[in-house]
Design a protein around this ligand. Structure first.
Ligand code: KG4
Ligand code: ZN
Length: 336
């Protein structure tokens, strides 16, 4: 079975083709970073308009790369939510229209499910059940992944997601959008122990997260000091260390609580090197194994959509209706 995947939930147009026998055939990405950079964040209307411009040319390019003609495709998978409504609608409309024109199946995919499953594309891959830490721009959660479609959320963010905290703190430090990678880069130049920020909600063995206070702590720390470049780097270091420590602590508790030995890390913040090193060390101490998708499969991409679509279609799961419907809000544990 050969599936075309379309991801347009936010500021990345991601297209890929996955084949059940041959694996991933092609994967292309267009990032809107330059478009949104002057505004310091994603402008939803601009995102939708840009997806309209880029999706079809990128599909053509991906088909060529995969040496695939439309009549070799069995289905189209697209991100149906959660995400920006206009951006989602672009992907859904194009997917539904092409599926109708090419007389093939289509299926709407849950964005977080596709993030969680993409680690199965890598070698070595985890086996069900496993624990997953999903850390993206919009979500932070720890879930027990029992099998395809069966996700038990053990803890989640009560306010800002980890990626959002990175982005907002980066802004406070005067870094350019997108803030997360910029802050991580600056943190590499920082000295340990110059500053210390709280590890939120770690007094008790609770698996929920709250990162919004961290940004406020950074703001308060900044007020009385002269912010030169070395100090900025020290603050970035301490902020990243606080987020990483908190995430690692909670993952350790969740592994102890569930008795699971495999941890999958997913979502954009999963590309963070400090987090990767700390989780690798933690799982080594615990005698478990951690699985990271390659960094460009941590951030939004088409491969995860094509792959999740393939897995669902294998189970005869698809949407026969012609209705173009997306879900900007969609809870992960609503899936089955
Ligand atoms: O999963 P993703 O691409 O999009 C969402 O579904 O949200 O995640 C984007 C988030 C952004 O907040 C971005 O700043 C953050 O992931 N991010 C990082 C890094 N790379 C991306 N945060 C910290 N360190 C990184 N290296
Ligand atoms: Zn995402």
């Amino acid at each position: 079975m050969r599936v075309l995947g379309i991801e347009t939930s936010c500021d990345e147009t991601g297209i890929a083709i996955y084949d059940g026998t041959e694996g991933l055939l092609a994967d292309t990405l267009y990032s809107q970073v330059a478009l949104h950079a002057p505004f310091g964040g994603v402008v939803p209307e601009l995102a939708s308009r840009d997806h309209i411009q880029k999706t079809l040319p990128l599909i053509r390019e991906t088909l060529t790369k995969a040496q695939t003609t439309p009549n070799q495709l069995d289905a189209i998978a697209y991100t149906a939510g959660p995400g920006l409504i206009g951006a989602l609608l672009v992907g859904a409309s194009i997917a539904k229209s092409l599926a109708y024109a090419w007389n093939i199946k289509s299926i709407g995919i849950h964005h977080l499910e596709s993030h969680l499953l993409v680690a199965l594309l890598e070698i070595p891959a985890p086996n069900f059940p496993f624990l997953a830490l999903l850390v993206s721009g919009g979500h932070t959660l720890i879930a027990k992944v029992k099998k395809l479609g069966c996700y038990e959320i053990l803890g989640q963010s009560l306010d800002d997601a980890a990626g959002e905290a990175f982005d907002k703190t980066a802004k406070v430090l005067g870094l350019d959008y997108p803030g997360g990678p910029a802050l991580a880069k600056l943190a590499q130049l920082g000295k340990p122990s110059s500053f210390c920020f709280p590890r939120p909600m770690t007094q008790k063995k609770n698996l929920d997260f709250s990162f919004s206070g961290l940004k406020t702590s950074v703001l308060q720390t900044l007020k009385p000091i002269v912010l030169d470049e070395p100090t900025k780097a020290d603050i970035a270091y301490a902020f990243q260390e606080a987020v990483v420590d908190t995430l690692v602590m909670k993952c350790q508790w969740a592994l102890e609580l569930t008795g699971l030995k495999q941890l999958v890390v997913a979502g954009g913040v999963g590309a963070n090197q400090a987090l990767r090193s700390a989780l690798t060390a933690c799982l080594e101490r615990m005698g478990g194994q951690v699985f990271f998708p390659r960094p460009n499969f941590c951030t939004d991409n088409g491969a995860m959509v094509a792959f999740a679509g393939y897995l669902r279609l294998k189970n005869a799961n698809y949407d026969a209706s012609l209705e173009i419907a997306v879900k900007p809000r969609w809870a992960l544990n609503d899936l089955s």
